[in-house]
Ligand binder design. Structure first.
Ligand code: HH2
Length: 276
């Protein structure tokens, strides 16, 4: 994959892209409540763009382990005003949602990408994206956020996640979404314990066989807390290390809260590689 078609944007995948997270939620595990109104979320999004984000991911429903679901009206109220204020600039906007109605409305309001932790498995979700030019991120999750961290188990986590993603990519293609618009993501922390997450990060390059762009979301996650013993607000260094490892192992997009720090680390790697 040398490029990603992302709505009106054609993004080169030659160098890793940084996706900045904008959570318009009171309860996100990483930054819950910090930007929970339209004005502060928009300001936060603009700051991430200034810091060098290549795209933004706007979400109105927390998917942290144990999170309570949010209804459509509330999610729409959180996401659409922020999206409308940020769309139309130099950076593509992704909307992090599992709801097909909101996917359609967000695309109509200027979203260039749908990020679905449910991998478009909800009825009418495939059609919502297929009817547009938007890119889509298909993520692997075992179970539902409310219960997914209750003793997840796999025989071979890397193979099972890869096979699941291959199946979802095939479904998306059958629905009319070309590969150039598809991103796959193993879903770190979504129904996985520390060993599962480490195995997936270690073998990230195995996902290359899927033949689509790859995304890794490790930023501030519990696995980094387990490794370092640090609370969520104190995981920037661990997050940067994880993003760098993911990029070195083949992630085309890293989804992060700390854009400036991640950019710096990727710049050092880029300089060492010697391709600018
Ligand atoms: N992680 C989170 C949310 N959305 N989407 C993709 N594709 N991959 C991920 O790893 C991923 C994701 C969780 O992080 P965050 O948005 O900070 O927290 P919350 O879900 O509590 O809002």
């Amino acid at each position: 994959m040398s490029f990603l078609q992302c709505g009106k944007f054609k993004l080169s995948l030659e160098q890793p892209l940084v996706m900045g997270v904008v959570n318009v939620t009171p309860d996100s595990f990483s930054d819950g409540g910090q930007h929970f109104d339209t004005g502060r979320s928009v300001e936060h999004g603009r700051r991430l763009i200034e810091e060098g984000a290549d795209l933004l991911d706007i979400g109105g429903e927390s998917t942290r382990p144990g999170a309570a679901p949010v209804d459509l009206a509330e999610e729409r109220r959180r996401v659409l005003p922020v999206l409308k204020a940020l769309a139309g600039g130099k950076v593509p906007m992704s909307v992090d949602t599992r709801k097909p109605e909101l996917m359609r409305e967000a695309i109509a309001a200027g979203a260039d990408m749908v990020n679905d932790v449910g991998a478009l498995a909800a009825p009418a979700a495939l059609e919502a994206v297929a009817a547009s030019r938007a890119a889509v991120c298909l993520m692997h999750m075992r179970g539902e956020p409310a219960t997914m961290q209750t003793d997840p188990s796999y025989r071979d986590v890397v193979r099972e996640v890869r096979d699941y993603l291959a199946g979802r990519i095939a479904e998306a293609e059958r629905a009319g979404i070309p590969r150039q618009r598809i991103i796959a993501d193993p879903g770190f922390g979504f129904g996985k314990n520390l060993e599962h997450n480490l195995a997936l990060l270690r073998s990230f390059s195995d996902l290359d066989a899927l033949g689509v762009a790859l995304l890794a979301g490790l930023s501030r996650k519990a696995m980094l807390g387990k490794i370092t013993g640090r609370e969520v607000g104190d995981r920037v260094h661990a997050s940067v290390a994880a993003a760098l490892i993911a990029a070195q192992n083949g992630a085309h997009i890293v989804r992060v809260h700390d854009v400036a720090a991640t950019r710096d680390a990727l710049s050092v790697w880029r300089a060492v590689k010697g391709n600018g």
